[in-house]
Design a protein around this ligand. Structure first.
Ligand code: ADE
Length: 238
């Protein structure tokens, strides 16, 4: 396979899960990617196979042990494949990072549970902390599935033209324009006339205008970045 995913998790049975179906599932069977889920508990050293302990300083929940996590990462680490840890404290995932990851040999993904990882893990190992958004999941597994789905659809032969073109949402830094299909009239609503005009320049201009309008109103953060890039203003942060 050209893209190798290793997932370190307390719930290996969650993989490939939904990625065994549809587009990613077909690509998996065609060996365009591989998915190995590894049980974190296998790297525990005590007879209770503990992976976590109570937080230093007190507080609710449990913290994943640095020694056990590092042993797991070291055992599966392989040159050239970045190690990611799914955590809401990480850098927000975006299409640019997905594109970079999909162009490489694969990823090792460490999935958190409980109150997170012992911070010393990130001081002692080269691990990139990744968040899939500003909300809290019960564990990193769903985040890992999201990240892998986004990568796999970009692999050669998986989607074809639809994922490679610069029409793709976010490739331009804008939301994608809205789509319509038959029937031409539905519940009294028509398809915008321009889309039935056959004038491809006019259609492209309409779509670009809608992409701009929708991005400006729905995602002022993306619009700000897009406009800044257009006029050559350096990014403030992130
Ligand atoms: N684990 C818990 N919440 C998460 C999030 N938002 N992103 C990635 N991993 C997580």
């Amino acid at each position: 396979p050209i893209f190798h995913a290793t997932i370190l998790t307390l719930y290996p049975e969650m993989f490939p899960g939904p990625l065994g179906h549809s587009l990613a599932g077909r690509a998996l069977r065609e060996e365009r990617w591989a998915c190995d889920a590894v049980q974190l508990r296998d790297f525990a050293t005590d007879r209770h196979r503990s992976v976590d302990d109570t937080p230093a300083g007190g507080g609710a929940g449990m913290v994943l042990r640095a020694d056990v996590m590092a042993a797991a990462v070291d055992a599966v680490a392989d040159e050239g494949r970045p190690v990611l840890a799914m955590t809401p404290r990480g850098r927000p995932l975006n299409q640019e990072r997905v594109r970079n990851l999909a162009a490489g040999p694969g990823v090792t993904i460490l999935c958190g549970r409980f109150e997170g990882f012992d911070e010393r893990l990130f001081e002692a190992r080269d691990i990139e902390q990744v968040s899939i958004g500003d909300y809290v999941l019960s564990g990193g597994e769903m985040g890992a599935l999201v990240l892998l789905d986004a990568c796999v659809r970009l692999l050669p032969g998986v989607m074809g033209a639809a994922s490679s073109g610069d029409e793709e949402s976010f490739e331009s830094g804008l939301l994608e324009y809205p789509q319509y299909t038959r029937p031409a009239m539905w519940e009294g609503r028509t398809i915008p006339e321009v889309l039935r005009s056959g004038d491809h320049a006019k259609i492209a201009a309409w779509r670009h205008a809608r992409a701009c309008d929708d991005t400006r109103s729905r995602r002022p953060d993306l619009w700000e970045r897009h406009e800044g890039a257009r006029v050559g203003r350096p990014l403030a942060r992130g």
